[in-house]
Design a protein around this ligand. Structure first.
Ligand code: HEC
Ligand code: HEC
Length: 183
């Protein structure tokens, strides 16, 4: 005669189902962790380096500020910036048309695709993005104006490895003139 065992096939207690529940839970947690990781806001855990760096970008776009990681702006924003270089945040940053095309095409392939960077920030400034403002809400507004900083766009005034796409908290250095630490 056949009888269902206690905790039989339809009971949650059956070992194979416990395994399935555990597996699903692991997948769920892993996915969460993974998405969290991908968010530009959780930048501390990873380096923002382009998949295939373009030497011309570093040459042409790192003279007046760091070569910003392409992942921090949407493709739309980058293309607008590349289309307006002759009037670039108050300076003339013009390039030859073939350079503009080359760098523009590269930025279009490396630009941020995270949900948080899809909306273009005001004036296509990384430093005006919601995630940027949130991450820097504890920075005293006076600090941005120090001669050693000048503006939020000068990432490397505080992030010692910004040129290498690293922005984690352990590699922060209070800029000269700033009293106290960041917290
Ligand atoms: C005046 C100094 C300063 C400047 C300039 C600055 N940051 Fe920051 N940044 C900070 C501080 C301080 C934190 C940490 C905030 C906290 O943990 O409370 C931070 C955090 C971050 C984080 C999050 C890091 C993490 O581990 O979660 C990112 C990403 C970041 N900054 C990017 C930038 C970028 C990009 C620029 C330039 C466009 C920039 N920052 C300019 C001070 C600065
Ligand atoms: C001749 C100097 C110069 C060159 C060359 C230059 N920029 Fe800039 N860029 C600036 C200035 C000045 C600002 C405004 C900085 C500030 O607010 O402190 C700026 C700001 C930016 C910002 C916004 C930063 C923020 O989040 O506030 C982006 C993005 C940017 N530049 C991209 C580029 C790209 C891409 C190139 C290369 C094609 C480039 N820049 C070349 C001078 C330059």
């Amino acid at each position: 005669m056949y009888r269902w065992r206690k905790g039989g096939r339809f009971g949650l207690a059956h070992p194979s189902q416990v395994n399935l529940v555990n597996a699903l839970r692991s997948i769920f947690l892993f996915t969460l962790a993974f998405l969290w990781h991908l968010s530009p806001v959780e930048a501390g855990h990873k380096e923002f380096i382009a998949a295939s760096p373009l030497p011309q970008y570093t040459q042409e776009c790192a003279a007046c500020h760091i070569a910003y990681p392409p992942a921090f702006l949407s493709v739309d924003s980058w293309l607008r910036i590349m289309a307006g270089l002759s009037q670039h945040f108050g300076v003339d940053a013009s390039l030859e048309p073939d350079q503009i095309k080359l760098i523009g095409r590269w930025l279009a392939s490396e630009g941020g695709t995270y949900k948080k960077v899809q909306a273009s920030p005001p004036h296509d400034r990384i430093s005006r993005s919601n995630w940027f403002l949130r991450e820097h809400r504890r920075v005293d507004p006076d600090v941005w104006l120090l001669p050693s900083v000048k503006s939020p766009a000068q990432c490397n005034a505080c992030h010692t490895h910004a040129e290498r796409g690293r922005f984690n908290e352990r590699e922060l250095r209070p800029p000269p003139g700033m009293t106290g630490g960041f917290r």
